[in-house]
Design a protein around this ligand. Structure first.
Ligand code: 4NP
Length: 161
């Protein structure tokens, strides 16, 4: 079976989406699904192509035992053909990429917090201009959302959890 492909999208691809990717990778590994589901992340903007994740995302990930390993890249229309699930961090990211979506595309597009039982459908707020506490809050939202997202993917594509 071809791997199920999941893409996380934010604005800059240095704060939220690389953190989401790292959290989801850990969860996949914990469930023994590392070869079954694969992940990536991208930004709607081109500001940080090739850049390492923001040091504050690296730091909050490290505190929780996750090592981030990603270089910034910009979202491309072809991602809709190459991924099964695309998760936008906020409504602006969602709207920006939704405009590029065609009915023939393979991916299902969701807001990340459509899967957060403690704030369903809300944005993962952009922590870039704020302090460290914002990154910890983003981390918690992403952990909650990732758990339900993985459960949904397993039910839809694998038939077990
Ligand atoms: P991200 O955060 O979308 O979560 O990666 C941002 C990173 C950089 C900028 C804005 C948001 N920026 O304006 O450079």
């Amino acid at each position: 079976m071809a791997p199920i492909k999941v893409l996380f999208v934010c604005l800059g691809n240095i704060c939220r989406s690389p953190l989401a990717e790292g959290i989801f990778d850990r969860l996949i590994a914990e469930k023994g699904l590392s070869g079954t589901i694969c992940t990536d992340s991208a930004g709607t903007a081109a500001y940080h192509i090739g850049a390492n994740p923001d040091p504050r995302s690296v730091s909050v990930a490290k505190v929780h035992g996750i090592r981030l390993n990603h270089r910034g890249r910009q979202f491309s229309e072809s991602d809709f053909r190459n991924f099964d699930y695309i998760l936008a961090m906020d409504r602006y990211n969602f709207q920006d990429i939704e405009m590029l979506y065609t009915k023939k595309d393979r991916a299902s597009l969701y807001l990340m917090r459509a899967f957060d039982p403690e704030g369903r459908g809300e944005d993962v707020p952009d922590p870039y201009y704020g302090g460290d506490q914002g990154f910890e809050e983003v981390y918690r939202m992403l952990v909650r959302s990732s758990e339900e997202l993985l459960q949904t993917i397993c039910e839809e594509k694998i038939g077990k959890f």
